[in-house]
Design a protein around this ligand. Structure first.
Ligand SMILES: NC(=O)c1ccc[n+]([C@@H]2O[C@H](COP(=O)([O-])OP(=O)(O)OC[C@H]3O[C@@H](n4cnc5c(N)ncnc54)[C@H](OP(=O)(O)O)[C@@H]3O)[C@@H](O)[C@H]2O)c1
Length: 269
């Protein structure tokens, strides 16, 4: 099966190791997730591959993403590292290969690493290609370099405390779907009173309200959970249609609070 669009929600796997990663992927797939997000840097591609294999769900029905780390951006490194990822994941291709972070200080030119990513796609290693943690200017540059070749997504941090409006709007203008990572602000959304109030009125949880809000913006959330009950709740959150008033209240929680901000990050918009 070839995916023409990103499935509406994915299961994140950052921080999941060993059996936790295997079990979480297997249980997510059994609950109905068909979109799994990993990365070379997470050190769990082998376990994610095991989880997929043991789930009994045919590989072709699963949208699988991995990300290339920033020390593998030279052409031959990128291609070789993607071959290594595929071996660990026990598959012959990923559905989406992302550049995890733009090259710090442009040490490797964008032209080189996006060209290599395109070569990898032509070789069949990745069905679709995309970017992660790219600013508006970097999205423009990527568009110029790739020309007609579609950029399937820009995966960036999005949660009620970091709406990331400029990037989301700009991506929309360029026809790039945004994937929202850390949609639960790694647990902080559960402690927020506004989200708790909206959740209580609907008899759902604050986590579900955060996911519904991300999805309401046309952004694809990829929450991570080790617990089947949370995984199920997160999947069901897509069915929540927030009112305009609820959306306005959640919009007002934006405080530009960035959680993923390593020293090599670009100057954010
Ligand atoms: N591209 C990038 O640079 C980048 C950076 C960071 C993350 N990501 C991706 O985004 C994914 C999500 O981000 P994240 O894992 O850092 O954070 P997150 O999804 O915002 O939060 C995960 C935390 O929320 C808890 N949780 C999940 N569902 C819950 C629910 N329904 N109720 C209560 N608690 C719940 C989990 O605990 P339990 O396990 O106990 O449920 C876990 O501690 C990552 O796994 C990764 O795939 C990408």
């Amino acid at each position: 099966m070839s995916f023409s669009a990103l499935p509406k929600i994915g299961m994140g796997t950052f921080r999941l190791k060993g059996n936790d990663a295997r079990d979480a992927v297997k249980s997510a797939l059994s609950l109905g997730y068909r979109h799994i997000d990993t990365a070379q840097m997470y050190g769990n591609e082998a376990e994610v591959g095991d989880g997929i294999t043991s789930s009994g769900i045919p590989r072709r029905e699963i949208f699988l993403t991995t990300k290339i780390w920033h020390d593998q951006l030279h052409t031959s490194d990128l291609i070789n590292s993607l071959h290594d990822s595929l071996a660990r994941l026990k598959t012959d291709h990923v559905d989406l290969a992302l550049i995890h972070w733009p090259s710090p200080d442009d040490e490797v030119s964008m032209k080189e690493y996006l060209g290599a990513l395109r070569d990898a796609q032509h070789e069949g290693l990745a069905e679709h290609i995309g970017i992660s943690n790219f600013t508006c200017a970097q999205m423009d540059e990527a568009k110029d370099i790739l020309g007609d070749a579609p950029i399937f997504t820009n995966q960036v941090e999005v949660h009620p405390f970091l709406a990331n409006r400029d990037v989301v709007e700009h991506a929309k203008k360029l026809g790039i779907t945004v994937t929202g990572y850390m949609p639960l602000a790694v647990g902080k959304v559960m402690e927020d009173e506004t989200l708790q109030r909206i959740a209580a009125a609907r008899n759902v949880t604050a986590a579900q309200i955060a996911i519904a809000w991300v999805a309401s913006r046309g952004v694809v959330p990829i929450p991570s959970s080790t617990r089947p009950t949370h995984q199920k709740a997160n999947l069901e959150a897509l069915e929540i249609a927030l009112s305009e008033e609820e959306i306005r209240a959640i919009d007002a929680l934006d405080r530009n609070e960035r959680i993923a901000n390593p020293g090599f990050a670009p100057a954010w918009d």
